[in-house]
Each structure stands twice: as C-alpha cells, then as structure tokens.
Design a protein around this ligand. Structure first.
Ligand code: PFF
Length: 444
C-alpha cells in the first residue's frame, strides 16, 4: 500500500480545525496558563505570551502543518520525505524522533493532572465543596497530592480513556466528541466569567492580567512564556504535524491555523479572567499558588454559587474532555509511526505507547521532582528547539516553490510576510530567549 495514504484524511477542513483545536485547547489553557501567569507576575508575562503566539507560535504552526501535509505520514516519516525531497541530510528526521519522545514525556505528567480533574468531577458531585472556603479547598487539594494511590487510580483511568480513543482511530472517536463538547466548555467558562464579574474581584483580576509590571518579569519568565506558546498550541513535537498529515489537499493552511490559534488564545484568556477574580476575593489563595491554582480557586466559587454543584461537576467533566482530546494527540505521532513500520497494528501500537506513558505517569506521581523535570524539559527545551528547527527547515531549506504550493499563496502578500517572519523573526527570537535565559541561569 502507498504509505502516504495509509492513515486516511479528515472529512473536511472543519474536521481538521476541530481536531487541531481539540489538541490545542486543553489543560495548558485552563490549568497551566493561569497558574504560570500567576507565578510570573501577571500582565507583562501575558503580553510576552501573546507576542510569542503571534510572532512564533502561529507562523511555526503553519510550517509544522505544512510539513505534515507534504509528507502525509507520521512526523518521523514525513520529515524523512521532505528531507529527501529537499536533498538534505537525513539527520533532520531527528525532529520527528524528538517529537515522539516529547509526546510521551508530556503525557507522563499531563495524564496525572487530568486524573486530578477526573477526581474533582466526583468530589464536586458528592457535595464535597458545598460552601467551601479557601482553606477547605486548599486542604482538599493537598490531601489529594499526598495520596499516591488515589492519584494513580485516576491517572490510570484517564490513560485508559486515551488509549481507547487512539486505538479506535482519532477521526471516529474525538472528532465527534470535540464537536459537541468544546462549545459546552466555552459556555461554562463564560458562566464562570460572569460569576467572577458579579461575585469575585474582577477589577483586581483584570489589572493583574493586563497591567504591565515589567519589573516582575525575569528572563526565566520570558522562557516560560515562550515555552507555553509552544505547549498550548501543541507545537514543536509533531502532534500538529501528524494532524496536518490528514488534512485535505485544497484547504488553506493559513486561514485554518489562524482560526485554531485565535480559539486557543481566547480560551486561555477567558480561563484566566474566570479564575483570578475568585483568587483575589478569597483569603488564603495566592496568584502564585502554583499547579493547584485552578483546583483550589474554582471549587470555592462552585461551593457558593446557586446550582454550583451541577456547574462544578459539569466544569470538571469538560476539563477532562479538553484534556482527553489533547492527550490523544500526544501519542498519535508515535502510534502512526509504529503502524507505518508494518510491524504493529493500531491497537498494539497504541497499547505499547500508552503503557510507556502510564509508567512515566506513575513515576511523576511517586516523585514530584520527576513531574517538574518532565514539564521543564518538554515545554522549555524540547518544544522550543523543535519549533526552531521546523522554522529553519521550512523557512530556509525547503524549496520556495514547494512551500508556496502547499500554502497556496504564491501571489498573496501575506505569504511573503509569513515567510519573512519564519526566516528572520521566529527562529531568532527562540534562540535569543533560550540563550538569554540559559545565560541568566548560569551567571545571573
Ligand atoms: N496543547 C495542549 C494543552 O494546551 O493542554 C497540550 C499539548 C497537547 C501539548 C499536544 C503538546 C501536544 F503535542
């Protein structure tokens, strides 16, 4: 069989948008963005993050999808194809390999956090947080972190959910789920935003997120913002490349990716504006509380809200779905590759990789340092490096007419602007930020 056709193609441009948005919108937006914004002082961090999305994230995302669609295979084989098409050294295939490894590493802490969210569905439904105050919800979260067996159980359940969908094929499972449930997630977030405006300290939240205090931002904070731009767009590790491989031939990469990037950014900002009003109105919860921020602040709101039990349960169900549609894209690159070797069917391939990631998850439950190291290594090193190489590859090494043909943009003025940014701006900024933050770590 022609390997370039073996995985099939999304039914339409919209299916691709849904799947890519499903991959992009996840714990990164709702859990991670608010807490790292909190840890890095708010406004200035948010501004840098938005600049990274516009100047690096979206242009590189287009490049990554382009490689995937050109190669029409798993990231490893797609890279092999475009590399030989451009007459280059096979070493570039390493981008694909690094992506497969990074995906498993991310999954090994991602599914732990997703497991917390599953746990919270039941905690809210059972009325655990009715009229909870800050200390109660903080105590509950700390108790969960101290209970490894409980975390491992929820982590295993979430890992199994992910395995089931990837094994069934991404199109049949998640396309449908994302189409129905993502809009729901958005509605509940808006509702929480409304709660924050009425009951919380919305003005303080708004100032915190949008007033720039550059004195609070460090070089390391800039690197966190850059890394997060990659993480939140599922970029630099082949997930979006794998999804691009299943994109129909004649849909515009430019417009499609801008849609995905905007949706992702809006969800993150709304999540921030929903969480921080509660944080500022609740004694005992600080913006810099770290990974527990969402888990300690939102239950306080749900506990005092009319119908809070129902909305709270629903909210954590939706967070779980958002995490689920992202998690499948974390192992898809490796699964597609294993299937292409001809030695595995899809179910065996998925089982193998889900099992490896599951073991990693147990390790990060067992030792918080492993959890942190996996997060740091992927978001702040591997994804930005992957993105840098992708920008250089598409911007400088692929033939201009091949790129123009895939972008369908020979005559379009935006094509030249995009290509300019991809060549001169995105890679330079990534290298600069990584270099400066390394410098400040060593000598600062
Ligand atoms: N973009 C996802 C999120 O924001 O939660 C996380 C993620 C998924 C990162 C897939 C990388 C990836 F390949």
């Amino acid at each position: 069989m022609d390997k370039r056709k073996m995985h099939g193609v999304w039914a339409s441009r919209w299916t691709f948008i849904l799947a890519a948005t499903g991959s992009a919108v996840g714990l990164g937006n709702i859990w991670k963005f608010p807490y790292i914004a909190g840890e890095n002082g708010g406004g200035a961090f948010v501004l840098i993050y938005l600049l990274c999305i516009a100047l690096i994230g979206i242009p590189v995302m287009m490049a990554e999808v382009l490689i995937g669609r050109r190669g029409r295979m798993s990231p490893i084989n797609a890279m092999r194809y475009v590399t030989s098409e451009a007459g280059l050294h096979g070493g570039w295939t390493a981008i694909g390999w690094m992506g497969v490894v990074a995906g498993l590493m991310i999954m090994a802490f991602y599914s732990v956090v997703a497991g917390w969210a599953v746990n919270y569905i039941f905690a809210l439904a059972s009325g655990e947080f009715s009229s909870a105050v800050g200390t109660v919800s903080t105590g509950y979260f700390d108790a969960l972190l101290a209970n490894n067996g409980k975390q491992a159980m929820w982590h295993s359940i979430f890992s199994f959910m992910t395995f089931a969908v990837v094994a069934a094929g991404v199109t049949r499972g998640l396309g449908m789920v994302a189409r129905v449930l993502m809009p729901f997630l958005f509605v509940v977030l808006i509702l929480l935003l409304g709660y924050g405006v009425v009951e919380g300290d919305f003005a303080a939240a708004f100032r915190f997120l949008f007033e720039f205090h550059f004195e609070k931002l460090t070089w390391n904070g800039v690197l966190v913002a850059l890394g997060h731009a990659f993480f939140t767009l599922s970029l630099g590790m082949g997930a979006i490349m794998a999804y691009g491989a299943y994109m129909p031939d004649h849909s515009s990469i430019g417009r499609t990716i801008i849609t995905v990037g905007l949706l992702d950014t809006v969800v993150a900002l709304v999540a921030g504006l929903a969480i921080f009003p509660i944080v500022f109105a609740t004694p005992g919860i600080e913006p810099g509380s770290g990974p527990g921020l969402m888990f300690v602040s939102l239950p306080v709101a749900f506990g005092s809200m009319p119908l809070g039990l129902i909305f709270g349960t629903l909210f954590f169900m939706l967070v779980t779905v958002a995490a689920w549609s992202s998690a499948v894209s974390l192992i898809e690159p490796g699964v597609a590759w294993l299937v292409e070797t001809g030695k595995f069917n899809r179910i065996k391939a998925t089982f193998l990789l889900a099992f490896v990631a599951w073991c990693g998850g147990l390790a990060s439950i067992w030792n918080g340092a492993i959890f942190n190291a996996l997060d740091f290594l992927t978001a702040q090193i591997m994804l930005p490096l992957g993105g840098l190489f992708i920008a250089v590859f598409v911007g400088w090494l692929m033939k201009r007419d091949v790129v123009a043909k895939e972008m369908d943009g020979e005559e379009h003025p935006l094509f030249e602007i995009w290509r300019f940014v991809l060549r001169y701006i995105s890679p330079v900024l990534v290298a600069l930020v990584m270099g400066l933050s390394l410098y400040s770590k060593l000598f600062g």
